[in-house]
Design a protein around this ligand. Structure first.
Ligand code: NAI
Length: 341
């Protein structure tokens, strides 16, 4: 393949376990000669450490040029410090849909989980319009947060979920909301959702669930779910729940899709508790790279990686600690590099 036919991709190794697992994935992609030309950039704590900026201008510029990102997890300080760079990137590049598929690989507590969660990625409480109101002598006596939803984004995200269902031979979309309490914020989502669903009548079934009931039902009867579409915060929480159904955060990938750019990453975070210990599971980022291969119409290569994962994890039982095994990151990467040939 000539250098000019390669697809430029911004590669952000990320923080914590990010560099270990992203490196593992690029090594595997090299073996199958994936058509990507990496432009390596920094963000998050790596940006702060190197240039005192969690989102350097050079990183933004690179994404504007490539429109395609493979990203390791980025650390966000809790309760203080800079705002989430993940959220900032999603907003900067209009990545309105967060698609998180969870499919059983290793049967465990559940055997046949196959749920795709589509999360609105730009609005809701993630707009983070937060303020304090002083009470007596306490300047932070009350904390407020104003979330919002727009008709345009509600419509766009539900339409995305139904189109996704149609193109991936799915049967049903469940609209998940809390419109019984948040009558305006979630009411608008439900109103637009019902409107959009009408256009798919006879093709894709629609159901509605209140988020708390959905959380319980996902544990008791996950087979009732096919594609879920929901607002930002609920999507964040429920996608960790669905990750739990397939054995934890080491597996599920996520795609952040916009009209001009797409960013692929793991659902999990930077796992500081295991960083540098050579025990992180690279499969979530690897599955994110499979989604990226599908996105650039190289499903032939995506299938090769899928088959290699099956061979290594199911047939040969090479598994990292989070999957009940004792393979190191290096072990599973070497096994995948061999299996993908
Ligand atoms: P986390 O997802 O990093 O870790 C939760 C648990 O799962 C930990 O016990 C960790 O060891 C384990 N785990 C996660 N990924 C794993 C992997 N690949 N292999 C084996 N075990 C794995 O969540 P946590 O601790 O709440 O967040 C840590 C940092 O990550 C925070 O700063 C958070 O803001 C950030 N974060 C970043 C995300 C992103 O960049 N998209 C998403 C979620 C969190």
């Amino acid at each position: 393949m000539t250098n000019s036919s390669m697809i430029p991709v911004t590669l952000i190794p990320g923080d914590g376990i990010g560099p270990e697992i992203v490196n593992a994935v690029t090594e595997i992609l090299d073996v199958i000669k994936a058509p990507f030309r990496w432009d390596k950039q920094i963000a998050g704590m790596a940006g702060v450490d190197a240039v005192n900026d969690p989102l350097p201008a050079q990183t933004i510029e690179s994404i504007h040029k490539t429109g395609l990102v493979l990203k390791g997890p980025l650390t966000t300080p809790v309760g203080k410090g800079y705002r989430s760079i993940n959220v900032t990137l999603r907003r900067e590049f209009g990545l309105f849909a967060n698609v998180r598929p969870t499919k059983t690989l290793i049967p465990g507590r559940y055997d046949n989980i196959d749920i795709v969660l589509v999360r609105e990625n730009l609005e809701g409480f993630y707009a983070a319009m937060e303020h304090h109101i002083p009470v007596d002598n306490d300047p932070r006596g009350i904390a407020t947060c104003a979330g919002y939803t727009s008709r345009k984004e509600c419509n766009r995200i539900v339409k995305y979920a139904f189109d996704y269902a149609l193109h991936h031979n799915r049967k049903k979309v469940t609209l998940v909301h809390k419109a019984n309490i948040l009558k305006e914020l979630c009411g608008l989502f439900l109103e637009e959702g019902r409107k959009v669903a009408k256009n798919y009548e006879g093709k894709i079934a629609v159901e509605e669930r209140i988020v708390d009931a959905c959380a319980m039902e996902l544990v008791l009867k996950p087979e009732n779910y096919d594609v879920i579409v929901t607002t930002n915060l609920f999507g964040d929480i429920l996608s960790d729940l669905t990750s739990g159904l397939i054995g934890g955060l080491g597996m599920p990938p996520g795609a952040n899709i916009g009209e001009k750019a797409a960013m692929f990453e793991a659902v999990h975070g930077s796992a500081p508790d295991i960083a540098g210990k050579n025990c992180a599971n690279p499969l979530a980022v690897l599955q994110a790279s499979i989604m990226m291969l599908d996105h650039v119409n190289r499903s032939d290569l995506a299938d090769r990686v899928r088959k290699a994962i099956h061979k290594v994890v199911i047939e040969n039982k090479v598994r990292t600690r989070d999957l009940g095994g004792n393979a190191t990151t290096t072990d599973i990467t070497a096994a995948l590099k061999q299996a993908v040939q």
